[in-house]
Ligand binder design. Structure first.
Ligand code: HAM
Length: 431
């Protein structure tokens, strides 16, 4: 294998500068929203003990049983590249004594890893924005979490979204249901697809969200978790739906929505978009009141969601692709001129301007062509003559009235430069 044969691993992608413009614009809008909602950032390691995910997410889930990137490190410890962020955040809060009071409102953004079959909108290394509210059990925290996810998607101009919600009840509700459901599953096993049959022992709840059409049909006659909810759980759920209505957040109830991770209790929700194709879920989340105590912390209610950033980027509008234009292109040639140009470009970084310093040493005409290619709004020219007089020429580029806009400015004359920039560029900022 020669060096130029190297390729990235299947299911991973390089994000190149032109693509990243959209990522950065999207991230900027998201971060603003989170900041304004007083949600603080948390960063946890990408690598964790394997045990954390086995216990946190559940051994019967697809994520843990089939999709984790797990390996022994040089000290023979089993490590896993995080497949999601919730278990890590829970661990970090417990370990740092932060899991209970006061409540924490946190976000994280970064790469996650799942060994899945890659396809459009599904990768092995992908990115999530996650938000977790820890220490809150009020109805309103459920409503706020759902609303936050919804508003982030709306702020990005994404339309035609569907919010599906369901409740998984508390542990007791689920145990009561599971007993009846297992009886029914055993009796109807032979009518189920193979995948669902396999799930009976490992993760029966997951059968509810099968994609198999025939199994779906048969499941219509199965006992429903909804009918096993305690009065308290039911009331909680009804109130959440009521509040969503009051806030005019449109939702559809999906009693088969169970989510792929084991830690959920009560509220579960997903936001999908038809324009994403088969991998249509852009956001998933729910309440996980037992996770923190299960992991050794004191009992702490919590709720959160994660948005898949690759899918979000696919959905976000074209206008977010727009890159910020170059404000000033610095054409320079000759030993002294080049030093002066370098120094001037440093000074210009004190302004909110995008400058491009030509480093080619090529002919003036070639440099002008480059400036043209960059569609720079203005241009600074420093040649041998300007350098001798310790000055530079600045003017709007490709402008008919060049004469009027052109100024020769001494390197000492900060005021004159300020004025020119103010008059010609700063007032025309695009962002
Ligand atoms: P999740 O449903 O497993 O939930 O993932 C959330 C989102 O991550 C999905 O809706 C999808 O947009 C994106 N995603 C998942 N797998 C892939 C993949 N292979 N390629 C591209 N995107 C993907 C969680 O991870 C929970 N931790 C969410 C949560 C936070 N629940 C409570 N707090």
């Amino acid at each position: 294998r020669t060096l130029n044969n190297f390729k990235n691993l299947r299911g991973t992608v390089d994000l190149l500068p032109d693509q990243l413009i959209k990522w950065q614009n999207v991230e900027k809008i998201i971060l603003e929203q989170l900041f304004r909602a007083s949600i603080k950032e948390i960063r946890t390691p990408i690598l964790e003990m394997t045990e954390l995910f086995m216990r946190g997410i559940g051994e019967g889930t697809d994520v843990v049983s089939k999709e984790m990137y797990t390996f022994l490190d040089r000290g023979e410890r089993s490590c896993t590249l995080r497949p999601e962020g919730t278990a890590s955040v829970a661990r970090a809060l417990i370990q740092n004594g932060l899991s209970n009071k006061p409540p924490q409102k946190l976000w994280y953004m970064g790469p996650m890893f799942r060994y899945e079959r890659p396809q459009a909108g599904r990768q092995r290394q992908f990115h999530q924005l996650g938000v977790e509210f820890v220490g809150l059990d009020s109805l309103r925290s459920d409503v706020e979490i759902i609303t936050l996810a919804w508003d982030i998607l709306e702020k990005l101009g994404i339309k035609e979204l569907n919010l599906e919600i369901n409740t998984l009840g508390d542990n007791n509700d689920r145990l009561n249901f599971q007993k009846e459901f297992l009886k029914w599953l055993e009796a109807n096993k032979k009518f189920l697809d193979l995948d669902s049959q396999k799930r009976i022992e490992k993760n029966p709840l997951r059968i509810l969200d099968t994609k198999n059409v025939q199994t779906k049909k048969i499941l219509e006659d199965a006992p429903r978790l909804f009918d096993f909810l305690s009065e308290k759980s039911l009331e909680r759920y009804l109130n959440i739906k009521e509040q969503l209505k009051l806030l005019k957040i449109p939702y559809v109830e999906n009693l088969n929505l169970v989510r792929g991770l084991d830690y959920y209790t009560h509220t579960a929700f997903e936001i999908t978009s038809g324009s994403l194709g088969s991998q249509s879920t852009v956001c998933g989340g729910g309440r996980y009141d037992n996770l923190i105590s299960q992991m050794g912390g004191i009992e702490t209610p919590a709720i959160g969601f994660a948005i898949g950033l690759e899918r979000l980027i696919l959905l976000a509008g074209k206008d977010l692709d727009k890159k910020r234009e170059t404000d000033i292109y610095i054409v320079n040639k000759g030993f002294q001129a080049e030093i002066l140009a370098l120094n001037l470009s440093r000074k210009l970084r004190n302004y909110d301007l995008v400058t491009e310093l030509d480093l080619s040493g090529a002919s003036f005409s070639k440099q002008f062509k480059k400036a043209n290619k960059f569609k720079s709004k203005s241009i600074i020219v420093i040649g041998h003559n300007e350098a001798l007089k310790n000055e530079f020429i600045i003017r709007l580029f490709n402008e008919e009235s060049i004469e009027n806009m052109e100024e020769t400015i001494s390197f000492e004359d900060v005021m004159k430069l300020d004025n020119w920039l103010d008059k010609n560029l700063l007032l025309k900022r695009s962002f």
